[in-house]
Ligand binder design. Sequence first.
Ligand code: ADP
Ligand code: MG
Length: 238
Amino acid sequence: MGSITLEHVNKSFGDVQVIPDISLEIRDGEFVVFVGPSGCGKSTLLRLIAGLEDTTRGKILLDGQDFTDAPPARRGLAMVFQSYALYPHMSVRDNIAFPLKMARTPQAEIDRKVEYAARTLNLGNYLDRRPRALSGGQRQRVAIGRAIVREPKAFLFDEPLSNLDAALRVNMRLEITELHQQLKTTMVYVTHDQVEAMTMADRIVVLNAGTVEQFGSPLELYKKPANRFVAGFIGSPK
Ligand code: ADP
Ligand code: MG
């Protein structure tokens, strides 16, 4: 299970209110994209869900349970970082196994989970390589593998493709949506790229200055944009 509920979430840094008041529910198994211009609060919202930032006010529920004050490790969510966050001196196997080693998981279980992640991501032949001996796409898959082995309630992605070239980006979009279809685990994906949002999401949250302008399917946003901001941002007629 992996539903995520935000109830009147507010985040302020000092006097600056970055997120005034957001309530929304992400259903178990959904692929939800947070999209909006740079500085609108996408990363902050994702970090609040992950527990990497404290909420100033409001509640965060996971599967209906209050996790507002739970530390990141207790939330059962996995943040997928950009591929440059891999450890260069470790093999692919050890990079993927890293969170399990940190959690003192028994070795047999580590081996089983790493094999499963490697199979899922077509990395089986690369487990003994170092990250620098991999292509950009393979490196990104290793970063995802590190999240898969934790069997999270949900995957959280913060612009994971922004440092890849355009062709590879298109490939990785497809790989991530295929992974979602296979695992059927909730995914929350942050991007400033409208095309990415429209092609990947089950539902899209359009953010502007820390406020939800619209939350709906790509088709709903395209056909019935709530306002000019949404229409302009996703390029639909209004
Ligand atoms: P996005 O990911 O949409 O580009 P962010 O969530 O990173 O936006 O940032 C939203 C706003 O919050 C920005 O104005 C940013 O400067 C501010 N902000 C983010 N983190 C902090 C912080 N730790 N301290 C102060 N301001 C911050
Ligand atoms: Mg950001």
